[in-house]
Design a protein around this ligand. Structure first.
Ligand SMILES: Cc1cc2nc3c(=O)[nH]c(=O)nc-3n(C[C@H](O)[C@H](O)[C@H](O)COP(=O)(O)OP(=O)(O)OC[C@H]3O[C@@H](n4cnc5c(N)ncnc54)[C@H](O)[C@@H]3O)c2cc1C
Length: 96
């Protein structure tokens, strides 16, 4: 599916949730593609898991690639987000 078609399809459904989402409020639409629908867990995956801390100050990472050994799941995404938000709050609190 071409990018424009993918964006139009997505916007159509976003407008079902947010009827006021009109053209002038949309600055740009970017279609992002990946070779796999989710991280591919291979042997020794634990060593490949990205850290929640990044080399950039105050930038944290919370992603499906860190959900392990469980498989993807919205409940795990929420858990992951909360844990990383807590770590970020502690870091930022200490920095302030
Ligand atoms: C194939 C598959 C099947 C799944 N099946 C289930 C299931 O059956 N049950 C279940 O509970 N969970 C399932 N999950 C997991 C579930 O989809 C995720 O846990 C959930 O979508 C995470 O929600 P999120 O809002 O944190 O992130 P996402 O849904 O990934 O949303 C993040 C959004 O941010 C956007 N984004 C990223 N970077 C930027 C940026 N720089 N600027 C602007 N936007 C950006 C992305 O495009 C994306 O739209 C499945 C996942 C996959 C991949």
């Amino acid at each position: 599916m071409p990018d424009e078609e993918a964006a139009a399809f997505t916007l159509e459904h976003l407008r079902r949730m947010f009827p006021d989402l009109m053209g002038d409020r949309i600055l740009a639409a970017h279609v992002w593609r990946a070779p796999h629908a989710q991280p591919v867990v291979e042997r020794g995956y634990r060593r490949l898991i990205p850290d929640t801390r990044t080399p950039l100050a105050n930038l944290f990472l919370a992603t499906m690639a860190q959900i392990y050994p469980e498989d993807r799941g919205t409940n795990y995404a929420i858990r992951q987000g909360r844990e990383v938000a807590r770590a970020a709050a502690v870091t930022l609190d200490g920095a302030g």
